[in-house]
Design a protein around this ligand. Structure first.
Ligand code: EPZ
Length: 419
């Protein structure tokens, strides 16, 4: 067991370079199963979710070679089985992408029910609806999902709820289907566009990703034999932007697409932070106590739920009272209990949390409940007076590469020690 030891307060200053997007990488890796050939993927974040994905792909017959810390080559010419290892696939959420890609490639797949962060119920009814409309038979029982199809025929699919995972999964299943598929009320996140761009680079015919209507013209085969670089992680970039505001620091965030961060930038300026947008990098600084603000999380381009815990830390020490309405997940306020141990005054009820801004946080032992809560607690530890210990680091390591090293380079007194 490891823990992070942080001594604060510190004003973070300096530069940080952002890795490739986790939520693009863990969709693009299973998407390689659609390719009867070889491809190379660059800017892959070296995180535990990616490592699990690689283990699962290898178990299915893929041959994976790491060229360097963030580049890998995948040969999916010989996929030898449709039974993904249940122990691995039940470890994380994105294993459900194996269904879309293996239905497309082999017309058959069995995976464990997806795991992932504990944010409340995480249904997959929209994924299943899409697969069945394309002609698949899907059976969910005993903690497993089995999907088969004689053939997949393109059709029109309307998403009852805007869903990142269902949009990507139906896109995967449609790439090699006969005819044209349209996905209406599709999610528009940057990582959805990235998956579509990857598939088109490998020979697919997908139009409209990033809008609420995506059209996929089925093709016979994906050739591969191409290289693709994963989009920068807008959530990692936003995490460091909020760390700059919370710590009254000054950080230049490099290798990001500032267009993907417009809702956050607007909020930071509203709270009195300063932003210098350079297109592929963004400088954020804050010399005064942030003002109160009200946040409502929404599908892209609204304020992202994956930055909700991180801005919660800023609101906990803001000047005045603030609110957050979490419209995406049932239970994404567990981190507020941990912040209250550090002197925050937050009341969470259902989908709403009420923040009474306090002058400062004080270090304490705290527990990360999920990936983004863990990142929020690191920011809290850096701005708190005294020592903070953060436990349950496996959550954090799922989605952030070398996070304590990045914060240390910005001046934080942070180290990972074994319990
Ligand atoms: C993706 O989860 C991300 N995970 C999440 O990021 C992110 O919070 C979420 O999108 C929203 O942006 C990955 O990409 C691996 P959804 P996903 O389907 O696809 C409901 C992180 O921190 N829904 O967009 O599972 C669902 O319950 C993680 O990086 C259905 O009702 O989210 C939720 O209320 C945490 N039926 C809403 O839709 C379905 O079939 C949005 O979920 C699917 C979803």
């Amino acid at each position: 067991m490891e823990k992070l030891l942080i001594k604060g307060p510190t004003n973070l200053k300096g530069e940080v370079t952002i890795n490739g997007a986790k939520n693009a990488a863990i969709a693009i890796l299973p998407a390689t199963l659609l390719i009867n050939g070889i491809c190379t993927i660059e800017n892959v974040p070296n995180i535990s979710d990616v490592k699990i994905s690689c283990k699962i792909l290898s178990a299915l017959g893929a041959k994976i070679t790491w060229i360097d810390n963030n580049t890998l080559t995948i040969d999916t010419t010989n996929i030898t089985t449709s039974n993904a290892p249940l122990d691995l696939t039940s470890k994380f959420r994105a294993s459900y992408y194996l269904i879309g890609s293996m239905l497309g490639r082999k017309k058959s797949i069995q995976v464990g029910m997806p795991g992932g962060c504990n944010l409340g119920p995480r249904p997959i009814d929209q994924h299943i609806k899409g697969f069945e409309l394309l002609g698949a038979k899907v059976d969910v029982s005993q903690g497993k999902i089995k999907a088969t199809a004689d053939k997949l025929v393109g059709t029109s699919i309307y998403m009852d709820i805007v869903s990142v995972g269902a949009t990507i999964n139906v896109m995967l299943a449609s790439v090699l289907a006969e005819g044209t598929t349209t996905i209406d009320n599709a999610a528009k996140e940057p990582h959805i566009v990235d998956v579509a761009n990857f598939l088109n680079t490998m020979g697919a015919d997908i139009r409209g990703a990033g809008t609420d209507m995506i059209k996929i013209n089925g093709v016979k085969e994906l050739r591969g034999n191409a290289t693709y670089s994963i989009v920068p992680d807008q959530i990692e970039a936003g995490t460091f932007m909020l760390a700059a505001v919370a710590s009254h620091g000054d950080i230049l965030i490099k290798n990001c697409i500032t267009k993907h961060l417009e809702s956050l930038t607007a909020k930071i300026i509203e709270m009195g932070g300063k932003v210098e947008d350079n297109g592929d990098s963004i400088r954020v600084w804050c010399n005064s106590r942030p003002s109160k603000a009200n946040i409502k999380t929404l599908p892209y381009p609204g304020f992202p739920t994956d930055l909700q815990p991180q801005i919660g830390v800023v609101l906990s020490i803001a000047n005045g009272n603030s609110t957050i309405n979490e419209s995406i997940w049932e239970s994404r306020f567990q981190y507020t209990n941990e912040l209250n141990k550090m002197g925050a005054k937050i009341t969470a009820q259902g989908k709403n949390a009420f923040f009474e801004g306090v002058d400062k946080l004080v270090g304490a032992p705290v527990y990360s409940s999920d990936l983004r809560a863990g990142a929020a607690l690191i920011i809290a530890g850096i701005i708190a007076e005294g020592q903070t210990e953060i436990y349950n680091l496996d959550h954090i390591d799922r989605g952030y590469e070398k996070i304590e090293e990045k914060f240390r380079k910005l001046g934080a007194d942070i180290k990972r020690v074994s319990e």
